[in-house]
Ligand binder design. Structure first.
Ligand SMILES: *[C@@H]1O[C@H](CO)[C@@H](O)[C@H](O)[C@H]1NC(C)=O
Ligand SMILES: *[C@@H]1O[C@H](CO)[C@@H](O)[C@H](O)[C@H]1NC(C)=O
Ligand SMILES: *[C@@H]1O[C@H](CO)[C@@H](O)[C@H](O)[C@H]1NC(C)=O
Ligand SMILES: *[C@@H]1O[C@H](CO)[C@@H](O)[C@H](O)[C@H]1NC(C)=O
Length: 392
């Protein structure tokens, strides 16, 4: 279209040119201009709509179809920033390093809580007899917890305030990871809340986590307002909206991935600056987007894309269902442990349901090892039922 317009303008210009008495001499350059323009338009069209049938290809090349676009220089990729180049080499080397083999591998259970843990008694029963195969870390952001179980005594780490939705939540997760990484025997790092309970006995959970090389980080693409609607273009050029992901914060991570998170400054700083509730009229929740987006960009094949912690959003309220004493039955717990398909629903008007089988080393397995949210009053009933429901 543009070329045609230029051509017409050119004609007009020629007509009002004062030298019209030399008409026969003007005709020659006009034909040359026409020919050049025709060739240009033809080449542009051929570039935008590359020939698909092989007969058309031979117009351009006798060697076949692919070669036409091969003549043109490749579309340039974005030039990486200094920080990005540095991040990419560090991440690549961490991912390529073989894992450090520990003689006494342990699972780090990292509790993120405002204060005391109402289910310490249940966890005590869960840990009993498995000394040497786990370690406990508690980040209490508001009040110093009172511990009732020996497994939790002196396991509080230095903590700081946590504001819901803000980067301070991610900071608390990183603080827990850093503390737990100090023990070289810790191989898997599970993040839990004060309202979480175990769904299986220790051996089942230990083997589930230790016999796989992926991390369980929840991650899905939500084109709706509670997903991509929270993305900020200030995150460019490093984070594009096509890489923006969402997921529940409750992860279980292998050691290599915990190191990756420790090494990250680049992507973390983007979320620190541009992902917080109320910024630019958006309601970005840092802990729901930072890790899913980070792993999507750095090692998408290394994560399972679902969280090991079950929660019931079926009531479609602002908060998930909280189980009370009357809800706690053997049937409820068995229902949760029988789920072997993970489900994500987008927040746009389509409400698209994404279902993936929970594949553990290629085998479909129960998705959930933990569940929330349980109110403190349910402790006695759970203690009573535990040895019954937790046997796979
Ligand atoms: C996990 O291990 C399997 C088999 O050893 C290997 O094929 C796969 O690439 C590994 N995956 C990751 C994410 O390291
Ligand atoms: C998780 O999703 C990513 C794509 O976002 C995919 O590449 C990866 O293979 C998935 N992980 C598993 C274990 O299927
Ligand atoms: C357990 O699952 C069955 C089948 O989905 C359902 O009918 C039942 O109400 C559930 N029970 C509880 C206690 O959630
Ligand atoms: C667990 O409790 C349920 C219901 O109370 C009962 O039917 C079942 O036999 C018990 N299972 C075991 C393994 O004790």
């Amino acid at each position: 279209m543009k070329a045609a317009k230029v051509w017409r303008l050119g004609m007009g210009d020629l007509h009002i040119m004062p030298g019209s008495r030399n008409r026969p001499h003007i005709k020659k350059p006009m034909w040359i201009i026409a020919l050049v323009l025709f060739v240009c338009v033809f080449l542009i069209c051929a570039y935008i709509y590359p020939p698909e049938s092989s007969s058309a290809c031979y117009v351009f090349s006798s060697r076949g179809c692919k070669s036409f676009t091969d003549w043109l220089p490749p579309i340039p990729v974005r030039e990486y920033t200094d920080e990005e180049i540095a991040a990419r080499v560090v991440n690549r080397d961490i991912l390529n390093s073989p894992p450090i083999v520990s003689k006494h591998p342990k699972v780090a259970f990292m509790f993120l809580s405002p204060g005391s843990l109402p289910f310490e008694g249940l966890w005590d029963k869960f840990f009993q007899g498995h000394e040497g195969k786990f370690s406990v870390y508690v980040h209490a952001s508001q009040t110093k917890p009172v511990h009732v179980s020996r497994y939790f005594l002196n396991r509080d780490i230095r903590s700081d305030q946590v504001v819901w939705g803000k980067i301070s939540m991610v900071d608390a997760e990183r603080r827990l990871l850093a503390n737990a990484l100090q023990d070289p025997d810790n191989q898997q790092f599970v993040l839990l809340s004060e309202s979480c309970v175990p769904l299986y006995n220790f051996d089942y959970i230990y083997n589930y986590l230790m016999s796989t090389n992926i991390s369980f980080v929840d991650c899905f693409k939500d084109p709706g307002p509670h997903g991509n609607g929270r993305y900020s273009e200030h995150m460019l050029p490093e984070i594009e909206v096509k890489d923006f992901r969402k997921g529940a914060q409750w992860f279980s991570m292998k050691r290599q991935h915990a190191i990756l998170v420790m090494a990250d400054h680049l992507y973390y700083s983007k979320f620190q600056a541009y992902c917080q509730p109320g910024l630019d009229g958006k309601n970005c929740i840092a802990d729901e987007h930072y890790l899913p987006t980070f792993f999507q960009m750095v090692n998408p094949g290394g994560i399972a894309n679902w969280s090991l912690t079950h929660v019931d959003w079926s009531e479609r309220k602002w908060h998930p269902k909280s189980y009370r004493t009357q809800d706690i039955t053997y049937e409820l717990l068995k229902n949760i442990t029988s789920i072997d398909v993970s489900v994500h629903v987008t927040s746009d008007e389509k409400r698209e349901v994404q279902r993936w089988p929970c594949l553990w080393n290629g085998i479909q397995k129960p998705c959930y090892l933990f569940a929330r949210k349980f109110t403190p009053e349910t402790l006695d009933k759970l203690l009573h039922l535990f040895s019954n429901y937790s046997t796979p």
